[in-house]
Design a protein around this ligand. Structure first.
Ligand code: FAD
Length: 310
């Protein structure tokens, strides 16, 4: 069996595997797609001490760094079931889609999350060419330009407030007749001169010139009429979905489906840890996921050295 088995090969999983392997313990990492969300990212400018890099390059470096250590890498493997140990200190089991079963003394779950997409024409085509999902990451790219934020929940309204300080103009588009964000955020938003709020509106298309976004079309749900807005950027803020469908019966999840962890990264089950975007940790970012993955690995090691020899 493994001493530490990491599930997920994004920044959190890669950091966890490296920190575990550096303790000289038997470490494995299984990932559906090594690199995770980083593979879908173009420019990265907030990975501290690296002024600028690109997603695919950083993903390759993550994998190379893990390969420098004695880690059993199982890429293109999807985990579909976690069976936690029945007795404290017993082995946990992870079943893979290919039928294999992996056993480990400790597990680190780092299966990440995915941004919910609008699913409208143009969204995929202009992803990273004006269509963005992360205001902390891509906001500065739209300095002085016009953008829309899709979604009037807390994350959408926070994004609109954040972007209003950087860009020329923000249009916030909400499907319902009211914003769903906290009142204090709505008041702040309403006080900003360069923000326009459109409610009861369904975005129906991302418009582009073949190279980049030039606008969007939305349907006014009250009058069933179509309208166009000219702009350079669209931030989609309609939810970040944690990849925890396979864990529902195994460990405690928050109402949003995120893995609940304590300050050491431990889940509701002893010996099972979690890190990164898949957890309740606030702010989903690469540097944060790496820190959380490292922390989970150190916690797993700490847990293991206290186990009575089996
Ligand atoms: P992820 O990167 O999501 O990795 C999850 C891993 O788990 C993957 O290997 C995946 O294949 C695997 N996995 C999922 N389910 C299973 C399963 N059942 N079995 C096995 N493996 C599984 N952050 C920044 O800091 N700066 C940026 O500029 C930036 N730009 C971004 C741009 C875009 C377009 C996106 C989508 C995100 C961006 N982010 C950025 C956010 C950043 O990518 C994430 O915070 C970070 O990747 C989270 O790392 P993670 O390891 O927790 O999860």
């Amino acid at each position: 069996p493994f001493d530490v088995l990491v599930i997920g090969g994004g920044p959190a999983g890669a950091a966890a595997a490296i920190y575990a392997a550096r303790k000289g313990i038997r470490t494995g990492i299984a990932a559906e797609r090594f690199g995770g969300q980083v593979l879908d990212t173009m420019g990265i400018e907030n990975f501290i001490s690296v002024q600028h890099t690109e997603g695919p390059k950083l993903a390759a470096q993550l994998e190379q760094h893990v390969k420098d250590y004695d880690v059993d890498i199982m890429n293109l493997q999807r985990a579909e079931k976690l069976i936690t140990a029945r007795v404290p200190g017993g082995l946990h089991e992870v079943r893979l889609e290919n039928g294999a079963s992996l056993k480990a003394r400790t597990i680190i779950l780092s299966t990440g999350a995915r941004w919910r997409q609008m699913g409208v024409p143009g969204e995929d085509q202009y992803r990273n060419k004006g269509v963005a999902y992360c205001p902390h990451c891509d906001g500065p790219l739209f300095k002085g330009k016009r953008v829309a934020v899709i979604g009037g929940g807390n994350s959408g309204v926070e994004a609109a407030i954040d972007l209003a300080g950087i860009v020329a103009h923000v249009t916030l588009i909400e499907f319902d007749s009211d914003l769903r964000a906290d009142a204090v955020l709505q008041r702040k938003l309403a006080s900003l001169a360069n923000v326009k709020i459109i409610t009861s509106a369904l975005t129906t298309e991302v418009l582009g010139d073949g190279e980049k976004v030039v606008g969007l079309t939305y349907k006014d749900r009250n009058h069933d009429s179509l309208h166009q807005i000219e702009l350079e950027g669209i931030f989609v803020q309609i939810g970040l979905v944690p990849n925890t469908e396979w864990l529902r019966d195994a460990i405690a999840l928050s109402p949003r489906g995120e893995i609940e962890i304590d300050h050491r990264g431990e889940t509701s089950k002893p010996g099972v840890f979690a890190a990164g975007d898949v957890t309740t940790v606030p702010y989903k970012q690469i540097v944060i996921a790496m820190g959380e993955g490292s922390k989970a690995a150190l916690s797993a090691f700490d847990y293991m050295i206290r186990l009575a020899p089996a």
